[in-house]
Design a protein around this ligand. Sequence first.
Ligand code: 2AM
Length: 176
Amino acid sequence: MADTRRLFFALDMPAGVQRQIVQWRAENFPADAGRPVAAANLHLTLAFLGDVSIEKQKALCQLAGRIRQPGFTLTLDDAGLWVRSRVVWLGPRHASLGLIQPANMLRAQAARNGCYQSPQPYHPHVTLYRNVTQSVAIPQPNFRWQFKVEEFVLYESVFAQGRTRYQPLERWKLSN
Ligand code: 2AM
């Protein structure tokens, strides 16, 4: 599609946590488990926007800037396999309001501006593997990553030279 960008709002993760997760993944999954997501691409999506024109991007950024929500601590202490989408994910066992509220606001703003939102309930997650092999076993949830979230980010998904890269375009503070 001409003059559109593939966009999503997400939380990024500290580089140290990304590295720890990738190390844990290497130690706990077989080499042929699936297509691993690169450390720098690990993130948690709040709202997926799809292919968006520059005008719509501007409108959605203005609305995002009106969101007043406090920062919070994100805990990743759960993992699972979605068989249909062939994804292995990490996520919070209990999603806090601090996470759900901004996600709901961004998803509602996106829907009102014509960005299709899945009718499935929002399931906050960090994708670890794509195209997983059927037989992959999920390790016991004997892990817990925790970090403070103080901002959310608009990302562009860029596919070039056979790789997907997430380019941050704009950031907004979450603050009390
Ligand atoms: P996923 O990791 O579960 O595939 C960039 O592609 C981000 O947007 C990823 O976090 C991806 O989630 C999410 N995403 C891609 N397509 C989506 C869709 N149709 N609905 C919701 N989220 C989507």
